[in-house]
Design a binder for this molecule. Structure first.
Ligand SMILES: [Cu+2]
Length: 121
């Protein structure tokens, strides 16, 4: 019994060290928009995936995806751009100036953890 109890934290450490676990979708690695488009997923754990996006100045097509069980919205620089229902998605096209733009989900209780940054170059 003792052995089993001790194994759990070790496995957790190994998974996070590898960073490849499919269940843990949150990542701090910046994701670059490709061909002016990027997908941002609101996870059921109330995190963004990815949390950091880089894009070139101009129009950016953002697909907001709600993972499975929770609804989210996408608010960039204080302006709501898209909403999604659980398991659904919505696409918004935004035009962003060079600089850093904060994106959050303002569904009650989500904003504390659902914060990301779009860096426009
Ligand atoms: Cu949310």
């Amino acid at each position: 019994v003792r052995r089993r109890v001790l194994l759990v934290p070790v496995v957790g450490l190994l998974l996070s060290a590898c960073g490849g676990g499919t269940a843990e979708v949150s990542s701090s690695e910046p994701v670059a928009a490709e061909d002016g488009a990027v997908t941002i997923t609101g996870t059921d754990r109330l995190r963004w995936d990815p949390e950091q996006v880089t894009a070139e100045a101009g129009e950016l097509e953002i697909e907001l995806v709600c993972q499975d069980a929770v609804n989210h919205n996408l608010v960039i620089d204080g302006e709501e751009r898209a909403v999604c229902r659980p398991g659904g998605s919505e696409t918004a096209t935004v035009s962003l100036d060079a600089g850093e733009h904060e994106f959050v989900c303002t569904v009650p209780g989500h904003q504390r953890t659902m914060r990301g940054t779009i860096t426009v170059e």
